[in-house]
Design a protein around this ligand. Structure first.
Ligand code: HGY
Ligand code: MN
Ligand code: MN
Length: 398
């Protein structure tokens, strides 16, 4: 709890934190974390991308316990931080008990899970699926390119990488960030799958003109077609989507952004998520069709550029059952549920067995400074994760 609270001081923003990837607060938090790992007896490093890894020395086989310490703007104190500090605590506990030499721990804080520059940057680098072109194209919201941010951070540790000859599993604990555990009175969740996601940048171009003198028929409004598209999305997605489809228009901007200037351009960022990849395909086909139809009329010039595309990812059922058994040993019947939020586990889980443990979020709130979880639930989650590793160690030895 002390380490979680200390981590929340980096980028503190009211009751939450603002610690977006590669911000000063994020870099300071990563350096602090590496120091805390070393103080706990782990071998720690920070790689060029900003991934922090601490490894208990000596074991031939390890479990990777990870999550992220970057946050969304004005986010909560537990999203990501919880899973990383759990990993640190489990590693220290195993070192203290002398069990870390049987099955070691690699604790990882992945960089930019939240996509300030590139969603799942660190987890992708870990899995070896980052292409230099993607790195070179990524831009942050603070005006820097990703490559500039990486260069300014000056991290130079050896790459934190997947190694299936050593790493037997990936575990990620996280707050649920939704209402289900609380509503059903359950203290532990085991994730079945992480839903798929598609995210796009929609841009439109027009021409700036005087908003008072230019007749409507002569305008090339850079905002109106974009807003019409967004209105159509709001009207048609409830019909096209399934019962669990969610969508979000998270950012909209018009340039130059003055009441008396016809917009010269517009930009929006939108995303939708569902556990069914075919449904995601249908929704994508629909919005591509709307763009084509709007542009065919000749008045609009809309462009849709993909930013992120994540397939739904199943967690390893056998590994989930180990978490469930560890919870049951505490007298807790866990709830099996899908995750509507993306997690580093959805990238790593494509390569090695991965499982996620959830603990409740008060009021289901997250991605906001009000995000919180009862301390007793935070502590219970750490115990269940620690017991999960102990069970894996017995299985590994047997
Ligand atoms: O966007 C997400 O689902 C996650 O919080 N990164
Ligand atoms: Mn998040
Ligand atoms: Mn998270």
């Amino acid at each position: 709890m002390a380490d979680l609270r200390r981590l929340a001081e980096f980028g503190k923003f009211g009751s939450g934190v603002d610690r977006t990837a590669f911000s000063e607060a994020d870099l300071a938090a990563r350096r602090w974390l590496a120091g805390r790992m070393r103080e706990g007896g782990l071998e720690a490093r920070i790689d060029r991308l900003g991934n922090v890894c601490g490894r208990t020395p000596g074991a031939a086989r390890t479990v990777v316990i990870g999550s992220h310490t970057d946050t969304v703007p004005k986010g909560g104190w537990l999203d990501g931080a919880l899973g990383v500090i759990y990993g640190l605590e489990v590693a220290r506990a195993r070192l203290a008990a002398g069990t870390a030499k049987d099955l070691g721990i690699e604790v990882v804080s992945f960089q930019d899970e939240e996509g300030t520059f590139l969603p799942f940057l660190g987890a992708r680098g870990f899995c070896g699926e980052l292409e230099e072109t993607a790195l070179a194209e990524a831009q942050g919201k603070d005006g820097r390119s990703l490559l500039e941010a990486i260069a300014q951070a000056e991290f130079s540790g050896a790459p934190v990488r997947l190694d299936q000859s050593r790493q037997v599993a990936y575990l990620e604990a996280h707050i649920e960030q939704g209402p289900r555990l609380e509503a059903e009175g359950r203290r532990i969740g085991v994730v079945t799958e992480i839903v798929g996601l598609r995210r796009f940048r929609l841009t439109s171009e027009g021409r700036a003109d005087h908003a008072g003198t230019t007749p409507m028929a002569l305008r090339r409004d850079g905002g109106a077609p974009l807003l019409a598209f967004l209105a159509r999305l709001g009207a048609e997605f409830p019909v096209l989507g399934g019962p669990d489809t969610v969508w979000n228009i998270g950012s909209v901007a018009l340039a130059p952004g003055a009441s008396n200037v016809v917009p010269s351009a517009g930009e929006a960022v939108l995303e939708f998520r569902d556990g069914d990849a075919r449904r995601l395909d249908r929704l994508e086909a629909a919005i591509r069709g709307w763009v084509a139809a709007a542009n065919a009329g000749g008045d609009a010039s809309l462009r849709l550029a993909p930013i992120a595309r994540e397939a739904p990812t199943a967690m390893a059922p056998a590994l989930g059952r180990v978490i469930a058994a560890a919870a049951q040993a505490h007298g807790i019947e866990p709830l099996w549920l899908p995750s509507g939020a993306g997690h580093d586990a959805m990238v790593v889980g494509r390569y090695i067995d991965a499982a996620m443990l959830f603990i409740p979020s008060i009021g289901g709130r997250s991605h906001d400074i009000v995000e919180d979880t009862a301390e007793a639930d935070i502590v219970l989650g750490a115990q269940v994760l620690s017991d999960t590793v102990a069970r894996l160690a017995r299985r590994d030895a047997g």
